[in-house]
Design a protein around this ligand. Structure first.
Ligand SMILES: [Zn+2]
Length: 219
């Protein structure tokens, strides 16, 4: 039996065959082609004819849409650190594009949004203790919204210990922070204790009130 047929019988894809013109020994069982040369040829072809190669890749993807997720998932699992760093950098460098993509995703996935919101409301409801001060909680959300309007920058109410980590929906576990800081904090538990309400208010940007809205009282 030839080396190729032996490899084939063993279920292998590559065998050691006759030397190619450049002296490589590994060849494909399927078409007897030199492994190194085939790879270099296809890379050279890809460099010269980027458009065609991209189009063929798109066609392969279209023909096997189910493979696309598998392939990118596998790639992600093999490159988690780099991919997360790349994603962080992309979000940092393209805040407007990311905001647009997020808004579009929300618009295109109302069912998922409703599902997540429902789960979140459920978690909040379950995580609200009897002694939660709803006046303070509502005021924090109002302040975050006002500062967002005044500064044009997103400020959000944040659960210091995330609900997903057993944190409470309670004024003692709420603070106001920049939306960007909130999303990068994500679901991590911070080191220190939740800042007091006073400390939270002191750390907010100073927004000059509109004179028309200041209540000057009776006298
Ligand atoms: Zn070769």
């Amino acid at each position: 039996m030839t080396p190729r047929l032996e490899a084939k019988a063993r279920g292998e894809k590559v065998y050691s065959g006759r030397l190619c013109k450049l002296g490589h020994t590994k060849r494909y069982v399927s078409n007897r082609g030199c492994v190194v040369c085939s790879s270099e040829q296809s890379m050279a072809r890809a460099r010269v004819n980027r458009e065609t190669v991209n189009r063929q890749a798109r066609e392969r993807h279209a023909a096997h849409p189910e493979m696309r997720k598998v392939i990118s998932r596998r790639y992600y699992l093999n490159h988690t650190e780099e991919e997360n760093a790349r994603s962080r950098k992309f979000r940092r460098d393209n805040p407007k594009l990311v905001a647009f993509l997020c808004a579009r995703w929300f618009k295109n996935n109302p069912d998922k949004v409703a599902h997540y919101n429902g789960r979140r409301r459920g978690r909040m409801y379950n995580a609200t203790p009897a002694n939660a001060d709803h006046g303070i909680i509502d005021a924090l959300y109002d302040i975050a919204r006002d500062i967002t309007e005044e500064t044009g920058e997103l400020w959000t109410v944040d659960h210091w210990v995330p609900l997903s980590k057993g944190g409470l929906h309670c004024h003692t576990n709420l603070t106001i922070m920049r939306g960007s800081a909130n999303s990068s904090k994500n679901a991590r538990i911070p080191d220190g204790p939740c800042p007091s309400i006073q400390k939270t208010l002191d750390a907010l940007p100073h927004v000059i009130p509109d004179p028309d809205t200041i209540d000057m009282g009776e006298g």
